[in-house]
Design a protein around this ligand. Sequence first.
Ligand code: SF4
Length: 163
Amino acid sequence: MTRSERGKVLVSACLLGQPVRYDGRASGHPDLLVRWQAEGRVVPLCPEVAGGLPTPRPPAEILGGQGIQVLDDHTQVITLIGEDVSAAFLDGAEQALALVRRHGIEVAVLKSGSPSCGNRLTYDGTFSGTKVPGEGVVAALLRREGVQVFSELELEQARLALE
Ligand code: SF4
C-alpha cells in the first residue's frame, strides 16, 4: 500500500448516486461520501453488477437471510422469479475482497438491507419485505477478513474509523 492509498474506503455504488439498484435507481449520495469522493478516497463497487447481473434485474433475497451461509454453501440467493443467482453474488463478493486487498482498505460502507452488500440487516428470503438481523454476502465476507463494515446509517462511525 502506498502512502496515497491510506484511508481509502470501499462504498456500495448505489450510495454514490449510481443507478445500479435492481430497479435501476440509486440509493442516494450522502454529503460525506461526496466529500470522500472529491478527496479520492472512495473505491466504488456494485457487487451484483460486478458479478454479471443486469440492471434492472429481478429482486433477489437470501433464503434465510444470512450471507455467511451463502459463503459456506449452506443456502442460496434466489430471485423473485425463482432463479438461483448465488454464483453471481459470490463472484461479486470475491471482487470486493480483491479490491480491498489491492488498495489496503480497512473500512467499507455497505448499503443496509441488500442481500449482496447488506450490512446489519437483510431480507429474510420470503419476499414479504421482512428484514432480519444479519449480513449480506459481501458484508459477511469482508467482516470475516477483518474489514470494519458500516452502513449508510453509520457514516459518523465510519468517519471515526477512517481518521
Ligand atoms: Fe447497491 Fe450493493 Fe445492491 Fe449494488 S449490490 S445496488 S451496490 S446495495
